[in-house]
Ligand binder design. Structure first.
Ligand code: ADP
Length: 187
């Protein structure tokens, strides 16, 4: 089963993705984690990605599409995958569809974790203090929200049209949200 987790920065995608991964025994792949690791190791990918990430901008599709193709061609995702943080643009979504179709697979479920913006800001301010991520500054955070609504939110309609989308409220405790996600996957 191939699952996409869609949600704005601070929606809890990462936390829910990790829980879902242990529940389903499917690997969770986060492009954000892959990129942060590439930045830390100063690989060519990391060098290309760093300044975009620090400004809260998306890393260009030309870079990410290659990464997506690599990830979805690996043996690790043969039985399925939980995609956390990608696709983030329509072009990336098309790349995911293409890469999966090579293996006769498709995106089975898209879970849109919906959280009101004032709650998102509150959560991210808390996380900035705790984790010290270099893109959790107020300016970069504002930019990441803007980018989400402009470049990623169109995927809500993209997957709704394909009848793959389920909206899940991301308000409440971690366990309550996880329950909603699991019951959405049973439909
Ligand atoms: P968040 O959801 O909190 O923004 P992520 O870890 O998913 O955190 O992403 C952090 C940053 O990494 C993004 O702001 C962006 O610069 C970059 N990034 C991650 N995934 C992608 C992607 N699929 N396409 C383009 N940029 C990405």
């Amino acid at each position: 089963m191939n699952i996409v987790l869609l949600g704005s920065p601070g929606s809890g995608k990462g936390t829910q993705g990790a829980l879902l991964s242990s529940h389903t025994d499917l690997p969770r792949i986060s492009t954000g984690d892959l990129l942060r690791s590439a930045v830390a190791r100063q690989t060519p990918l990391g060098q290309k990605a760093r300044s975009f990430m620090d400004q809260g901008l998306l890393v260009p599709d030309d870079v990410i599409v290659g990464l997506i193709e690599e990830v979805l061609a690996s043996d690790e995702v043969e039985r399925g995958v939980i995609m956390d943080g990608f696709p983030r643009t329509v072009r990336q979504a098309e790349a995911v569809d293409r890469a999966l179709s090579v293996r006769g697979a498709l995106v089975d479920h898209v879970l849109y974790i919906d959280v009101p913006e004032d709650e998102l800001v509150r959560r991210m301010m808390g996380r900035a203090n705790k984790e010290g991520r270099s893109d959790d500054t107020p300016d970069a955070m504002r930019e990441r929200f803007r980018v989400f609504w402009k470049q990623t939110a169109p995927l809500i309609a993209y997957y709704r049209d394909k009848k793959r989308l389920t909206e899940v409220s991301g308000l409440g405790g971690i366990e309550a949200i996880q329950k909603r996600i699991l019951s959405a996957l049973e439909q």
